[in-house]
Design a protein around this ligand. Structure first.
Ligand code: SF4
Length: 413
């Protein structure tokens, strides 16, 4: 390795990113303290557009839990939720978030001066990603005595049929009836449709940003994506997210045009399957940088692309968008998707993060890595770890295995 100090390629739009994320949290904090405004909690792939149609300020606790992870405070608080009967084996977003609440802690205090997480008027989930989100919201529902409502989605779906769409669209319409009582007024259809339209535009732009990873050398890394996906998660449905991704896309397109590499001297290209290890993003990113290996694409960052959304059919298109999602699908559909991504992004190998507390978003336990390697001819590496619970992650072991894997890639070229 060269003696020259390696530096991560900085994304200039990060300045705007920081501002709009700060505004988001401060706005929700203000709404939670204002008796005239209403706050809804929403799961990260929940019905945000519908909530915006009712004028709720929307807060996403998974984002808060990921901040607990990336600030490496999650592991300190997980045991408090464990002691209350929430197993160390279940979602460490849930356990970190509930444990931190029990101890009166939020990383938002240090970052934004916000004293506590916003108390909601309603908690709204979609089980499309897992059952844990429902259990998580039910905990707060009991704690604060506020209603918890949601959508129960089919899982392991192969072809998405009219039966699925009708069922979910019907649930969304029922949900609108319940939300009307909580909001105290009917759904504003114009606002709802506008939110669906803005969400779709946000998705299309985010998709294009991520596709800067198809360039050789890649203009973006998975690690950049885990940061810059924030607005697609928490601000979709709002103009501010569309504006942000327009700015970021201009920057990415300029990089592609000028062949600016996100990883200097890119030699190998990988696909990341599974959750990020939030507390080790920087270390992993630096290791791949040193190895001149770019993680060019991931299932995770692509999970907030909802190009199916259509304001002319808001309920049906939401049902489709939130059911065609990768995490909802059968292994056969998931394998076809990853094989397509492998070809589009010209990857040399697959990296699977087997997250201990999220089997829902880990796809290495039922032979998928082996089947995809056989199908594509590309090798794979599985690393055991976790999204938030760093007790499940051995950094030394991961480091050694990654080095050996990249060595294997080098020998194959
Ligand atoms: S998908 Fe995984 S990480 Fe996300 S809420 Fe569910 S269990 Fe937790």
């Amino acid at each position: 390795m060269s003696e020259k100090k390696l530096e991560q390629k900085k994304i200039a739009s990060v300045k705007t990113f920081k501002k709009i994320m700060a505004d988001h949290f401060l706005q929700i904090d203000a709404a939670a303290r204002d008796p005239g405004r209403k706050v809804a909690w929403c799961t990260s792939v929940g019905p945000a557009e519908l909530l915006q149609g009712f004028g709720f300020e929307v807060y996403y606790p998974e984002n808060h839990a990921a901040i607990l992870g990336s600030t490496r405070t999650a592991t300190d608080y997980i045991p408090y939720a464990n002691a209350a009967g929430y197993s160390p084996e279940i979602c460490s977003y849930l356990t970190a978030d509930v444990g931190a609440y029990m101890q009166g802690f939020t990383p938002l205090t240090k970052v934004y001066g916000i004293e506590k997480i916003p108390k909601p008027d309603v908690l709204v989930y979609n089980t499309n990603q897992c059952r844990d989100v429902q259990d998580w919201f039910m905990w707060y529902s009991r704690e604060w005595k506020v209603p918890c409502v949601g959508i129960e989605t089919h899982r392991g779906v192969g072809a998405v049929t009219k039966v699925h769409i009708d069922s979910i669209a019907g649930q969304l319409q029922d949900l609108a009836g319940k939300l009307e009582k909580i909001a105290g007024h009917p759904l504003d259809m114009d606002r709802f449709k506008q939110s669906v339209e803005l969400s779709r535009r946000c998705s299309e732009l985010w998709d294009k940003v991520l596709r800067a990873g198809t360039a050789v050398p890649s203009a973006i890394t998975f690690f950049d994506g885990t940061i810059h996906m924030g607005p697609a998660v928490v601000l979709r449905g709002l103009q501010v997210a569309v504006d942000y991704y327009q700015e970021l896309l201009v920057e990415m397109e300029a990089r592609v045009q000028n062949k600016v590499a996100a990883v200097a001297g890119e030699k190998h290209r990988l696909y990341w399957e599974g959750m990020p290890v939030w507390g080790k993003l920087r270390n992993l990113s630096m290791q791949f940088l040193e190895l001149q290996t770019c993680v060019v694409a991931s299932t995770y960052c692509n999970s907030w692309i909802f190009n199916q959304l259509d304001p002319d059919e808001p309920f049906e298109s939401m049902a489709r968008a939130y059911t065609e999602l990768f995490i909802v699908r059968s292994d056969a559909v998931k394998e076809d998707y990853i094989a397509r991504m492998c070809a589009d992004y010209r990857v040399d190998g697959f990296f699977y993060h087997n997250a201990r507390t999220c089997p829902n978003n880990s796809n290495s336990s039922y032979g998928m890595p082996q089947r995809l390697t056989e199908r594509t001819g590309k090798p794979h590496l599985v690393i055991d770890g976790d999204l938030n619970d760093l007790r499940c992650y051995s950094e030394e072991q991961a480091k050694t295995n990654i080095e050996a894997f990249v060595e294997q890639l080098a020998q194959a070229t």
